[in-house]
Design a protein around this ligand. Sequence first.
Ligand code: CO
Length: 240
Amino acid sequence: MKKKIISKGSTKPKVKPPDEEAAAKKKKSLIMPHEQLLINNREWAKEESIKDPEFFHRLAHVQSPKFLWIGCSDSRVPADRITGTQPGEIFVHRNIANMVVHTDINLLAVLEYAVFHLKVEHIIVCGHYNCGGVKAAMTQHNFGIINKWIRNIKDVYRIHRDEIDFQTKEDERLNRLIELNVQEQVMNLAKTSIVQKAWKEHKRPHLHGWVYGLEDGLLKPVCEMNHGDHLDPLYEFDDL
Ligand code: CO
């Protein structure tokens, strides 16, 4: 006796997506990641123009930001997003671990331009907890050319070694160095003739050191310096 063969699957033919839908899907999957940025940009420009038809026209002719932001290059710390500011409001310089290195011509040009041409009122050095640059500086690994940069962070560690090593946990040591590094970079700003000259002549800019928390999205102020504050006299110019 022959066994009956019972089909488990549905006997209905599967509904194929229409050709157009399939083509659109294929096209979308063919968009390269960088092309998606250009698509996003067109959408953004369109939305901004609808919200405020004068937006681009206004910004195209003048920028008068009140803030210079010196932040880490880390992609998770976008200056404008985390401060709720718009294009035109913050002049930005970013590098690994938000350093103010006194021989860095890039930083110095940005600083000079921001202070004397844009006349910014505030300079914010913003670090962030769990910073990879600072973490790298605490190791003994060879990072090639990057060694040159993180040497500056190692110097901060050396200056504050007792306080940092006093922390018992590794992440606490890292986060303390991150705070102290921000403080040290604010002092590095104050050591420049650019800031000292502006303090003397214009009583600005105000310097702020902040640290951003990747875990909670919050900015924590850790230090500030203003005109009238003093450094080790060794770093103070008396003939500006
Ligand atoms: Co970082």
